[in-house]
Design a protein around this ligand. Sequence first.
Ligand code: PA5
Length: 465
Amino acid sequence: MITFDFNNMLRPRLGGERGIDPARLDALSERFRDVHADVERRREAGEMGFFELPYGGELVEEIARFGEGPGQSFENIVVLGIGGSALGTIALRTALLDPFWNELESAERDFFPRLYVLDNIDPATFGTFLRRIDLRRTLFNVVSKSGGTAETMSQFMIVRQMLEAELGDGYRRHLLFTTDPESGVLRQLVREEQIAALPIPSNVGGRFSVLSAVGLLPAALVGIPIRELLDGAREMDERCRTADLRKNPAALFAALQWLADTDQDAPIHVMMPYVDRLRDLADWFRQLWAESLGKQRNRAGEEVFAGPTPVRALGATDQHSQVQLYVEGPFDKTICFLVEQNPEEDVQIPSLYGNVGELAYLGGHTLGELLRTEMEATAAALTRRGRMNMTIELPRVDARSIGELLHMLQVATVYAGALYGVDPLDQPGVELGKQLTYGIMGRPGFAEHRAEWERREPPRVEWTV
Ligand code: PA5
């Protein structure tokens, strides 16, 4: 079971005026009961479908069967998707596969396929990738909830044409869509072209979809034990059913971050794993926290311009990049460390240079000891300087604890949404960008529309060099 140490967020540990006064947390307990009731009500009303994903069902069995059976006839799985349709899969891949998975020989991968996630449209990357991949041995999993995202649809059309050119009608066998069960262009193509598809429940949005077919299918295809992921998520879900703020880990996480922002002027929330395998989970969280909480209007429609700024860092690497700022810069941040209690692998540092003080102290220790000590020393330095920090400890980076952590952070996000008074499930700002892109690209006369758009934008000539 993962554990949470929030002590260094609180005033008694930080001293003086720094940190959150435990009395504020106590005062929030009553309000949290309302937050909890509101979230539970929206959950029961079916507005927050991600809560049901840990409970699996027939679709999970179907995914597992496909992953263990027909899915194994491919050497490469390529996910085409962006944002919430890609970041969860990347996080799972980094956390739960060998760090050099795609470079391993087939036998070293136990004959599971390689897994690529293409979540951008830079032609230099995409074009190079397509030149290198053997289409005949590749399954393209096109992931889009809406089925209309410009980046993913462009990738899909490029790939579909190449597949058809090489395989004729057989192109279908190399495509699998993960999309809304009813609506969107991808769903239409499923019907018209008989392409295989898995549903994303209508009430599950992109950034809350990692434990749906979006993340589970690629995970199952590369041998990640998806049932254990869900077991962990379920266990966390049960821990978060209590309305008692002090017993609910997601509630404490959300409440402390919200108080840090609104009471302590600390709107920058850094997530800093001291485990390479969790670096992309921090990236996934960055999107979840940012896109869910960054809102112009609250749920009553008033302008609030709310939202903390999540930042991803990595220990020990960023001790030599960011930590100077965190320890001595403005008091505008919280740092959340992620650590692993019992790493599977460790590497001994040999006892060389016993007479050289700068090296002698390292010899005889392990890299794991050094990494852990560095994390503890960084936490202690932050605490001494009055900087709020917390530690989430995973017993092991395995499917079960990753399921726990992912679910906890999703639940915390909807609690934080309620505390900020915003709807954590929508993303009107992203939609605006999508509409503007469509407005320029989607009408005849692309060049004229673009020129007209530039004319309408505020002038920027003087400040262009
Ligand atoms: O979290 C979200 O809703 C977004 O980040 C989406 O996942 C992203 O915009 C991609 O959308 P779609 O899955 O519809 O292609």
